[in-house]
Design a protein around this ligand. Sequence first.
Ligand SMILES: [Zn+2]
Length: 456
Amino acid sequence: MTCQTRQPDRLAQPQSDVDLLESFVRWAAAQLNLDLIERPDGACELVRRTETPDGPTIESVSAFCWPGSRAPGEVAGQRVTPITGRAPLVEWFHDALQAQGPAVHARPKYQPSGVHDFSNQLFSAYTVENGNVHLGGCLFDDRPFLRLTYRSPALDRIEHYYFNENGTPIDTETVQSLGLNEIVPAGPYPPRMTGQQMTLLVHAGQRHIESVAPPLENGVRSTEAASEKGQLSEPIAATIIWAKHVTGKLRFTIGETFADLPFEGWARMFVPPPFHCEASGVDSFHLGATDDGRIVAADEIATCDKSGKRVVRCELVECSVSGQHVLEKLTRTCPVSGQPALQDQFTICQVCQQEVSNIVLKNGICQACRQLIPVPIDDPRIVWLLGEYPGLDRFRKWQLSETESVYIAQAATWWKRLLVVIDKETSQVHRLAHRSGFGSRWTDLEPAEREELLEF
Ligand SMILES: [Zn+2]
């Protein structure tokens, strides 16, 4: 199972300006280890707590209220106004975050951190008849995405742009699916990424933003030119978001036999994959075992009517005589019908002496021997027959029938009939017999008669 990041249909954009700004402020505060105090009157205050030998000190960083709320007056001597993308606090965030390095580390707020977070969902997806499923291995690793946060051209809101680890933009659906739009600080020990790697990735993202920025009056697309117009400049935050990726293997065990199912994908988007049954080609979450010890899709297991063995349904054939569904190896193909039939459903035809399935027999004579058709002397099959055995050229009236392996030919004179059963491939004569014109019983020719008739 794989889960790839799709190429973008458009750049990831915010759904709500107000929610986006509030979400950014909350995240930046957490990232900078600030406490956000929200008062009942709607005022918010960002404070920095510092531990000193004399006890904690609290320093007020900023006071504001959320966009759209009523300004409640003053907090700590500061006039409280709704925060916007233009607010000095946003610029302050920019400086403070930039001081932490080329980018800061974060992770999706909601994502599985280990297999325990989805093991129930994983195992309950499968039903294993007389067996069980367990993990044969599972590895979680963190893979980086880049979020660049800009103030929008209007400067009163912010926008996020998301990229994969190669600096390629990713689409909105992927951002939401991976939870990249709702993040928290990665903690004190984020996955390792060098400052140079971060800088390269940030620059790749910035170059892309520049390339798609709306052209200005003179056609220039650079962020520097945009900045002069109060539009896009450098990002106010560059964030490496670490999404969990999972690789593992499920092992299904029934008795002494087992089958493995590898899986791979983003932990947050993980969906248990179906088991692919090689024998039937069917994908299934319901597994069982055949009597010969193969783990297959349980719904594809069927029982052989003859042997009672449990096998995969597609391995059974229908006996053309009894209608039973049986293992193919218990059958053979009838040379007359071309259909499989159980081996105990064959009888020797009294005329051509081939073993044929009972369904083509009537009064001991097979369908091929009952349905001979008159053919002209220049019929290619007769021409071939007479070429192989020139002695037969003395007969001018022929009737013919054929099975998968033989030609059944009869020649007629005014006083007797001749029967020739000849192998199509080897031209070996399987039977050479005669009967009187009015008789019904064929009599095999003596060896000397055979030789004379066939050779001369
Ligand atoms: Zn026959």
